[in-house]
Design a protein around this ligand. Structure first.
Ligand code: NAD
Length: 293
């Protein structure tokens, strides 16, 4: 680090994801050869028009690519919390089911956290059950939230030494910012977790060797906030209207500016997104491996 490059090196999420998928495909094949097919059971509440539906279709395709059987369990928007919970408990009890994920959002009035906390810990491939988060904190074997895993893999792909590095996480949600901060702490980095109330965000980010932004705010991280040579991981996914009048997907990082200063930068799209999908598949294989024959 500290190397002054005119332009940052790209952390290419699409190509990293392909590498992970190749490894996952092999692990699936090993299990299959032992008569242990790998499957992912996903729940979608709200039917074909729900926001999760597009995600579910892509998921089916990606699972197929690596040899994972995909089972989608659909409930209509009229489903009650008890209906959804009942379905989760059935999947928990089914020995053929090894990996469960829940597409969000759930209908208004449904307590999402309550549902998530009922997913069997060993089948919770999104790492949303609080018991899994607890294990992440303690560094025990667990299923780690997929986006946080993706961020760590992308940081590690640069070969950076995490011990002693200063890392600033922008955003502290339960599903991204907090688990990323914990994983960085576990790797012995010095971690600063920031949120919307943080004072002098600019100054803190300027001290960082590693910046992870998961705030959901376009252009939050500017070029003049970046220590030369720093690693910048952009988790944000924001839809904004461009100069051409069209809608575009951008991250939290002002890419053109920051890539002039940073050592490494992950783009949006084509960064954290595809690696997150690969991590979900990896957690699925891992859940299947751990449950034994
Ligand atoms: P969230 O809305 O739950 O949390 C946002 C966090 O950012 C909060 O802690 C908030 O305090 C903080 N924040 C907001 N404005 C800030 C500011 N100006 N300065 C500092 N902190 C600020 O968000 P989330 O679910 O963690 O998602 C964050 C972003 O990441 C969103 O754009 C989301 O779409 C994206 N996301 C991407 C992936 C992926 O796979 N690439 C996965 C999950 C979320």
């Amino acid at each position: 680090m500290g190397m002054m490059d005119a332009t940052a090196r790209m952390i290419d999420g699409t190509s990293l994801a392909e590498q992970f998928k190749a490894q996952i495909r092999q692990r699936v094949a090993v299990l299959q050869s032992q008569g242990r097919p790998v499957r992912l059971d996903a729940m979608l509440v709200g039917g074909a028009d729900s926001p999760g539906a597009i995600y579910a279709r892509n998921q089916a395709k990606t699972c197929l690519e690596v040899g994972i059987d995909y089972h989608l369990h659909e409930l209509t928007n009229a489903a009650t919390e008890d209906d959804i919970l009942g379905r989760v408990l059935l999947l928990n009890a089914n020995e053929d089911v090894r990996a469960i994920m829940m597409h969000l959002p759930l209908p208004d009035g449904v307590d999402t956290e309550r549902i998530q906390s009922m997913i069997a810990v060993e089948k919770d491939v999104e790492g949303v059950n609080p018991a899994n988060i607890g294990k992440v904190v303690y560094g025990r074997r667990s299923l780690v939230p997929c986006t946080a895993l993706a961020v760590m893999e992308m940081i590690e792909s640069t070969g950076v030494k995490l011990e002693g590095a200063c890392a600033v996480c922008v955003g502290a949600s339960n599903i991204v910012g907090k688990p990323v901060a914990v994983l960085l702490m576990r790797a012995q980095a010095t971690v600063i977790s920031t949120n919307v109330h943080t004072q002098d965000l600019d100054g803190l980010v300027r001290s960082a060797d590693i910046v992870v932004s998961a705030a959901g705010v376009p252009n939050l991280v500017r070029g003049d906030m970046i220590k030369p040579g720093a690693i910048v991981i952009d988790v944000g996914i924001n839809r904004v209207k461009g100069e051409d009048g069209q809608m575009h997907t951008v991250g939290d990082v002002a890419f053109d500016e920051v890539s002039q200063v940073a050592g490494y930068i992950s783009p949006v799209p084509g960064g954290v997104g595809p690696v997150t999908v690969a991590m979900m598949l990896r957690n699925t294989v891992e859940a299947a491996e751990r449950l034994g024959g």
